[in-house]
Every structure is written in C-alpha cells, then in structure tokens.
Design a protein around this ligand. Structure first.
Ligand SMILES: Cc1cc2nc3c(=O)[nH]c(=O)nc-3n(C[C@H](O)[C@H](O)[C@H](O)COP(=O)(O)OP(=O)(O)OC[C@H]3O[C@@H](n4cnc5c(N)ncnc54)[C@H](O)[C@@H]3O)c2cc1C
Length: 550
C-alpha cells in the first residue's frame, strides 16, 4: 500500500470523492481511504439530490434566486446556529463547485421542481430552483469497480443498479415509468441514477486520473509533529500503516450516528435508529477531538421519521424506510400514545425531528415517542402504502383494527384520545383547514401528498373513516449527524482558540454543519457536502508547499 501523499482524504461519500478530485486537479498526489468494503458511503444509498442555492440551472430556467435571497433564507432559519461566514462560504462556493463537476467530471445535473422546505420564510423558493440531481451514469466502463459501489435506496434487488432518476418519478415531474425498451438499454449499460450514479461518475473521474480508493482501510489516528497534522494511521489487513500527507488530511468520514456513546453524549434528543450506512461511527470526529479541534453543531442531525421493515436487512443492519409520502397523503395522521396529534405531519422531515424531541417535564419523558401513523382503508385503496400498490392488501405486520378503539388497544394508544383526534381531524378536513397544526398551509406540505390536488390543500387533507384502520409505528431516525470539527470557509479545522490546526480539513457530515439545524430543501445535505468537499480539497492541495517549507 502506498503511504506517501500530498493530500490524504478519508471517506468516499460525496464530500470525500469531490475533495480528492479537487485536490488532485490542483496538483496534489492524492490518497483516498475508505473503511467499508464498498465505496460511496451514505451518498451511494441516497437520492443524490443536492440543494445548491443561486445556481446556473435555475438562472437558465428563469427561476428567481440570488445570493441575498439564499443568505436571507438561511439567516431566517438559523436560530443562532449558523455562522454567517459559513453560510456565505457555502452560497458563494456553489457556482465554482458546480462548474468544476460539470466540466471536469462526468457528473451532470438537472433541475428538480421541488419547493424549498420552508418556502414561506424570507428568501424561500416555493417553486423550486435550488434542488438539482445528477443525470444517469453508466457503470459499464467501471470494470470490477462496478460491483464495489454501495447499494442505493432504490437499487434493483437483483442487479443493484438504480435505474430511475427522481426527475422521472412523479415527485420530480415524471411519469414514474420507464418503457421496456429503455429499461432494457439501461440494464445492459448498467445505468445508475441518484446517489449511486453520482458516486459512479465521481469514481470514474478518480480512475481516469490514475488513483483509486483503498477500501477496507480505516483511519484510526492523526499523526502530528506537535505543530501540524502530517499524516494519518490507517488500519488495513490487520496492520497499522503510517500514511504521510504533506499538504493535509481531509476528514470526510460522515456522521457519528452509528456510535451509541456519541449519540447519547451529543445529540439533542432521541434518535432511535439511523438510516445511513453502519460504518459512519464518528471516527473522524473522534480523531479531530484528539487533535484539539473545536467541535460544533454536535447536537444536530438530518432528522428523519422512518419505519423499520421487520426481518429485512440493509448493509447488514435492520432496514429502515423513510416515511415521506405516506405521512403527507390525505387520510393519515400521526398520534402519540395519548392518541393526540402533535405536529403538522406533512412538514419537512428534518424539522419534524423537533417534535420527537419535545420533553414532558412532569412525566419526565419524551411525550411523542412512541408514535404511530394512523390511516384507513380508503388511503390504501386510493394511493397504496409503502410497496403496496393502490387497491392492494396491507402486509399482516402492520397492526389493524375494525374500529379506532380496537386498533388503539392493540398498539397501546389511548382509545378515547384517538377517537377524539379522528373526530377533530375529520371536522378540520370538512372545513378545509387544520387550525391545530396548519397542515396544508405551506406550499411544501402537499408536495409529497396527492399531486393531482396540488397545490390545493386537498393534496394533504383527507378524512379518515373507512375500516379497517391501521397504525404504523414511526421511529425517530437520521440520514446522518452533522456535527464535527469547526472549520473556516475552506474547510480548515480550527482549534479551541479559533486558530487553524495546520494540515487538517473536514467536509460533509464530518464537519460542523454550515447550515446549523436547517435542511434548506431537497438535497440540503449533499449541497454543502459537495461545496465544502471541493473547497477543502483545493485548499489542502494549496498547502503542500507552505507545509513543507514551514
Ligand atoms: C435513504 C437516504 C436518502 C438520502 N437522500 C438524500 C438526498 O437525496 N439528498 C441529500 O442531500 N441527502 C440525502 N441523504 C443524506 C446524504 O446521503 C448524506 O447526508 C450524505 O451522503 C453525507 O455525505 P458524506 O460524504 O459526508 O458522508 P458519507 O456519504 O456517509 O461518506 C462517509 C464515508 O466515510 C467512510 N468512513 C467512516 N469512517 C472512516 C474511517 N475511519 N476511515 C475511512 N473511511 C471512513 C464511510 O464508510 C463512508 O463511506 C439521504 C440519506 C439516506 C439514508
């Protein structure tokens, strides 16, 4: 294994891959190390959508946006958790990072018609413009590497490839179908869209440049000379290798959501089961702490409500399914064990995490966990549910009851409370608005609901009254944590005095998230991961001579 580099990048998600490419193209000899046996991190599993404010594609499409609007939007949602210089570095970095990917790598983006997640806030975009996704990429030229990219959320169960993009799905404005001839072409060409396609394209760019990720290579400790980080210890094949990084080490090791001690030690509230890949155990955050980094945003994660699929595994762990559409469709509400609603069910998933964290100081418990999505037979008849098509039969593992009371008794909800909530909900639906939680008031709410009624409130408001009734337990999860070493706008890690730790950089979910608690819109995690991956890679490469001569 080669052990002497200019820049060493840890992790092969979007942040790490982009950092490695940017460092290489700025003249550095790059080492790219990955703990897992496959590449791509949570990025390969993901939808691949990136939230990139004030981007060229929106301008070309005539959609209004500006630097000032993007910054006003982030500031309006900051709650004191966003450092303005990091918001500026992100927004100002979009154009260069996008231009780099589209001109120097095979990644090509297109716009998605997805509204921002808080579109009515100052600077918000109710008609979209900031969410973009990569086009498809053929894995045919990747050789053996084709089988060494992690599986995606929408991977074909047999081939592992992800054939449909978000743009082709109903939420992206498409039909949700690919005709058979085109499907055949995609199968033969090993075409991949979404996060897996993005990783394949970035991997192809690395291979073209003559460097490949080293897999099953876990970074365990930073090496310092007392003044600066000079390398990193990598565990590979049962041995520990000292790897030199003349310009710097970029930590792009993702979040710490799979590290139980860090989860209880840092996160602001319950996170019952992560949705990401299990190698994200906070190694990067731990190494940075040991090197004296100041840590930031450690309480925050990209929160997500999910359900657990009994008996199904993903990456060797319990498979979770993101609950996006089901909680926005007309005909379902979420209740706690008192049978009470506690949130606008259709609001964006990240903000909804706050409702799971409400603490009852008298009972001394989190009052909204456990909770259930309660819905009825007419919802399945009209829309289907999870993998069940419209008009299909619900699987037996989802508890049901002939009456709300029977259902409530079966799962442990207060029957009278549930009955009262359903009556209030049905009255609200009949009146055409939800006075309790304002569901349907935002342009975002109905977007995941019944699109045939969007943007009307009927896209998300609908009665519940047709037996049988169902209750699916909703679990507080995360796509990844977003706390880590505090950096400057180029990803350079700062120490407790706010001074750079020379030779150390961070990007993606491993860094102190530049957007604080905010998930700006679809792609809110990958947008900053790409921008700071690019910035940190370039800056680390630029340090090579400075470091060597220091
Ligand atoms: C189902 C799903 C769908 C999603 N869809 C979207 C979406 O459409 N848009 C969006 O913005 N976000 C989405 N997300 C979230 C998004 O995928 C992540 O936030 C993002 O991929 C994080 O990128 P990253 O590069 O920071 O980390 P990752 O992609 O997780 O990569 C980190 C890598 O570091 C490796 N690593 C860890 N420790 C070490 C070590 N010690 N040494 C070496 N390597 C190490 C890991 O194995 C991993 O490969 C989704 C998430 C999920 C679960």
């Amino acid at each position: 294994m080669q052990t002497d580099f200019d820049v060493v990048v840890l992790g092969t998600g979007a942040a790490g891959m982009v950092a490695a490419l940017a460092a290489h193209d700025a003249g550095a000899r790059v080492g790219l190390f990955e703990k897992a046996s496959v590449v791509g991190g949570t990025t390969a599993l993901s939808g691949g959508v990136a939230w990139m404010p004030d981007n060229r594609l929106a301008r070309d499409a005539g959609l209004p946006d500006s630097r000032a609007d993007a910054l006003a939007y982030l500031a309006a949602l900051s709650n004191g958790l966003i450092r303005p210089e990091m918001a500026e570095a992100f927004v100002d970095g979009v154009a260069e990072a996008l231009n780099y990917l589209e001109t120097k790598t095979p990644v090509r983006f297109h716009l998605l018609p997805i509204p921002d997640y808080h579109p009515e806030h100052p600077g918000g975009c109710p008609k979209g413009g900031r969410s973009i996704e990569p086009g498809t990429f053929s894995f045919a030229g990747l050789g053996d590497w084709s089988d060494r990219v992690g599986i995606g959320q929408f991977s074909d169960p047999v081939t592992g490839h992800v054939y449909m993009t978000t743009r082709e799905s109903p939420r992206g404005g498409g039909a949700g179908r690919i005709d058979e001839a085109e499907m055949q072409r995609r199968r033969e060409a090993k075409v991949n869209g979404r996060g897996r396609g993005m990783i394949g394209a970035l991997l192809a760019a690395c291979l073209e440049r003559g460097f490949a990720p080293v897999t099953e290579a876990r970074a365990v400790e930073l090496i310092t000379d007392g003044r600066r980080v000079t390398g990193v210890r990598i565990e590979k094949d049962g041995k520990v290798h000292d790897v030199t990084a003349r310009g710097g080490v970029v930590i792009a090791t993702g979040g710490f959501e799979w590290n139980a001690d860090m989860v209880t030690g840092f996160l602001r509230g319950p996170m019952q089961h992560p949705a990401s890949i299990p190698t994200n155990t906070g190694d990067g955050q731990a190494m940075a702490m040991k090197a004296g980094a100041r840590m930031g945003n450690m309480r925050e994660a990209w929160w997500m409500p999910v359900c657990l699929l009994p008996g199904v595994k993903q990456y060797g762990e319990q498979k979770v399914v993101l609950i996006l559409r089901e909680r926005a469709l007309p005909g379902g509400i979420i209740v706690n064990r008192k049978g009470r609603r506690f949130v606008n069910e259709a609001t964006n998933y990240n903000a909804l995490g706050g409702a799971f964290h409400q603490f009852d100081p008298v009972r001394f418990e989190y009052g909204n966990l456990p909770c259930w999505l309660v819905f009825d037979a007419s919802m399945i008849e009209r829309y289907g549910f999870l993998d069940v098509p419209a008009g299909g039969t619900m699987p037996a593992w989802v508890p049901s009851g002939a009456t709300p009371e029977e259902l409530a008794a079966r799962v442990g909800i207060d029957p009278a409370g549930l009955r009262a909530s359903l009556e209030r909900w049905n009255a609200a639906v009949a009146a055409g608005s939800d006075p309790e939680f304002g569901r349907g008031d935002s342009a975002y709410d109905g977007f995941n609901g019944d699109l045939s009624q969007y943007p009307g409130k009927g896209a998300t408001l609908g009665p519940i009254g047709t037996a049988p009734y169902y209750a699916l337990e909703i679990v507080s999860s995360t796509l990844g944590t977003k706390g880590g070493p505090v950096t400057d706008g180029h990803g350079a890690v700062l120490d407790n005095d706010g001074l750079p730790i020379h030779g150390l950089f961070a990007a993606g979910n491993a860094m102190a998230g530049p957007t604080g608690m905010v998930y700006g819109g679809a792609g809110g995690t990958l947008g900053p991961a790409i921008v700071f991956g690019y910035r940190s890679g370039r800056r680390a490469a630029a340090q090579v001579d400075a470091m060597v001569n220091a």
